[in-house]
Design a protein around this ligand. Structure first.
Ligand code: GLV
Ligand code: MN
Ligand code: MN
Length: 400
């Protein structure tokens, strides 16, 4: 599976992945997902949002019998120059765990599903977990359709270009109801496991930090970089730069993290004074109120310069089902239960009331959202084993 995925959307220069929602690369990944399902004799259904689902067993019959399915999976899209593992590890491991269970002759009591959530990173349209947000009603279809990418293409237009009907986009309660339990396996995005004294390749997730994205916009007046006296300038970059520094200071003050990793400058000429700067603030922390204070501090600076701050997305503190986390940790031999500052579709499902858990596979460098992201094959296989064990436990039935 890795061999097939490896070239898709890989940038020849950076070696990182550029797999954005509803692009050609995304279409190739979606075809790969269908082919993997078909190779196993399983059908793929696509929900109203475009998330892809594979079921081993009949999820509707099981639901009617009061035994809704157990779903695993993740996403296949990436951030700009993302690593190979963030997302795909969860999808590949899902298919591999299903193979493990079938090879053992396991007969599940509850159907087992595999999902590929579309547009998890929000790299193209700005809102992370767009696929699961619209699915569960956490983001309206109207808002999603109207989001635009850097070229001004709306999600509605992108859906149309990808052969989907944008009018179909909307919450899909029937699909969500089929998910009795969701378990997402993911590469660890930090170094907790690699700094432990013992050799522990897999952990269970406890919670996701509150996090959000805000658009910062400052305005000025375009003019000549050589002939305009300093005192005559209205340079949008100055207010923006002050906001970036303020974000860092506020994060330090309030015990959070804050990042401005994407900027668009108008007109964008080396020799033109910026008339407009839009940048995206990503702020997160253990405490919701503290994250809000960071944003308030930044807003104050942006507004001082006559600019504007708009919230693009917000996800509050997201605990995973504590009983489920305990069950997984115990079943896997008392492995650690750790929190994360990264967002996941699992968090959106948890907030929609689906009993949800996560498994993290050790990342020796801790680096993520970078081509340097890594996990050893040995640890990835330990992740597959852990996932198979958990699925067998949750889907009941007997391993023979
Ligand atoms: C998703 O990977 C996020 O945490 O931004
Ligand atoms: Mn990610
Ligand atoms: Mn991810």
């Amino acid at each position: 599976m890795w061999r097939d995925l490896e070239p898709i959307g890989r940038d020849g220069g950076s070696g990182g992945y550029r797999r954005f929602a509803w692009t050609r690369e995304d279409a190739t990944l979606r075809e790969w997902f269908v082919a993997e399902a078909e190779r196993r004799g399983l059908d793929v259904t696509t929900d109203r949002v475009g998330n892809q689902w594979v079921w081993w067993g009949d999820p509707d019959a099981a639901l009617a019998a009061g035994r809704p399915g157990v779903v695993t999976g993740s996403h296949l899209d990436s951030v700009p120059d993302g690593g190979a593992f963030d997302g795909p590890l969860g999808v590949v491991s899902a298919f591999a765990a299903l193979d493990t269970l079938r090879d053992k002759g396991f007969e599940p009591d509850r159907p087992i599903g595999i999902v590929n959530f579309v547009d998890e990173e929000g790299a193209r349209f700005g809102v992370a977990c767009a696929g699961s947000r619209v699915l569960t009603g956490a983001m309206t279809a109207d808002r999603a359709r109207s989001l635009t990418d850097a070229d001004g293409v709306s999600m509605a237009e992108a859906l149309g270009a990808a052969g989907r009907d944008p009018a179909e986009l909307g919450p899909d309660a029937e699909t969500v109801r089929r998910v009795g339990t969701f378990v997402e396996l993911h590469v660890e995005q930090g170094r907790h496991l690699s700094t432990l004294d013992e050799d522990v390749p897999v952990a269970v997730g406890s919670d996701i930090w509150p996090h959000g994205r805000w658009r910062l916009r400052t305005l000025g007046e375009a003019n000549h970089a050589g002939t305009t006296r300093l005192e005559d300038r209205e340079d949008a970059m100055l207010g923006f730069a002050a906001a970036v520094i303020a974000a860092r200071r506020a994060a330090e003050t309030h015990g959070c993290v804050a990042t401005v990793g994407k900027v668009a400058v108008t007109p964008g000429g080396v020799n033109a004074i910026p008339s407009e700067v839009t940048g995206w603030l990503d702020a997160r922390g253990a405490d919701e109120a503290a994250v809000r204070r960071v944003v308030a501090d930044v807003t104050e600076v942006v507004e001082e310069f006559g600019g504007l701050v708009v919230e693009d997305s917000w996800t509050g503190s997201t605990p995973f089902d504590p009983g489920l986390a305990r069950r997984l940790a115990t079943r896997l031999g008392g492995i650690p239960v750790i929190g994360t500052g990264a967002g996941h579709d699992a968090g959106i499902l948890a907030n929609a009331g689906v009993p949800t858990a996560m498994l993290f596979v050790r990342n020796p460098t801790g680096i993520s959202h970078s081509p340097e992201e890594f996990a050893t094959s040995e640890d990835c296989l330990a992740g597959v084993d852990a996932l198979a064990t958990v699925l067998a436990d949750l889907a009941g039935g007997d391993a023979t």
